[in-house]
Design a protein around this ligand. Structure first.
Ligand code: BTN
Length: 261
């Protein structure tokens, strides 16, 4: 296997752009005009911003990402050559947080023997059973007129740092033998499909994969702690939670942190 490929059977990075280009031309709603494949970069979010000069229609995908960002100031671990790391620069507001999570979850499940993965609001892709180890995450950053939609998926086996060992899983561990470009194509195709759906349709599909409904959870929003039983995920990507006192609160997706015990 060459140094760029830690995944068995994966085409070399030099072939990814062409593979993706021909498939993206059949995905009209995403409007991808330019694709850049980087051997290594700090964060595909910044690379996509730089490459596109702030304009939409760019897809940047990295063979390796060394300083990936997660939601709410967290970091995304360097998965070496075993993770999918991509950023799509889209017109601001085109996609919703749960819409992207839904697309990634459907794509990842399509690579598995059965639909083992579900959605942990707003857009973590996690195992549906057990301790719900995380397989993929989504970061949406708004800058000027665009949204940088960053998607990270753990694809091949990797050595996790100790704090992630019990909380992270890769698709190969769940029985997939997919390669990163094939998964990238599935993610993009699902995202293009989801863009054709209404907010209500997205909420209904997301509810079928939801892993939080009916569970007692703690959240932080705007410096305040909230605790309650999750009732539903709404079409605008917010979550409805019933507190102990019986109040129904609605928390927004982009600025709320779900606390993990
Ligand atoms: C999260 O779960 O907190 C979101 C993780 C998002 C990671 C992806 S990897 C590609 C893109 N580039 C980044 O720096 N982050 C996102």
């Amino acid at each position: 296997m060459d140094a760029d490929r830690s995944i068995e059977g994966e085409p070399p990075l030099s072939e990814w752009a062409e593979l993706l280009e021909s498939a993206c031309s059949a995905l009209p709603r995403l409007g991808i005009r330019q694709i850049r494949v980087l051997r290594e970069t700090a964060s595909t979010q910044d690379a996509a911003w730089r490459a596109g000069g702030g304009s939409p229609g760019w897809l940047v995908i990295a063979g390796r990402q060394t300083a990936g960002r997660g939601r709410l100031g967290r970091s995304w671990v360097d998965t070496g050559g075993a993770g999918l790391a991509l950023t799509l620069a889209l017109p601001r507001g085109l996609v919703s947080p749960i819409g992207v999570g839904l697309a990634v979850c459907r794509a990842a499940n399509s690579m598995l023997p059965s639909a083992l993965l579900g959605l942990r609001w707003p857009n973590d892709v996690v195992e549906r059973s057990g301790i719900q180890r995380k397989a993929a995450g989504v970061l949406i950053e708004a800058r000027n007129h665009i949204s940088l939609v960053g998607i990270g998926v753990n694809v091949g086996p990797m050595a996790w740092p100790p704090d992630l060992e019990a909380r992270a899983v890769c698709l190969h561990e769940l029985g997939s033998s997919c390669t990163r470009p094939s998964l990238a194509l599935a993610v993009l195709a699902n995202l293009d499909r989801v863009l054709d759906w209404s907010g209500e349709q997205i909420a209904t599909e997301a509810a079928a994969l939801d892993t939080l409904k009916g569970t007692l959870r703690r959240f932080v929003y705007d410096g305040q702690n909230y605790e309650g039983v999750v009732e539903s995920i709404e079409a605008d990507s917010s979550i409805r939670v019933r507190t102990d006192e019986g109040a129904l609160i609605e928390l927004p997706a982009l600025a709320t942190s779900l606390l993990h015990d």
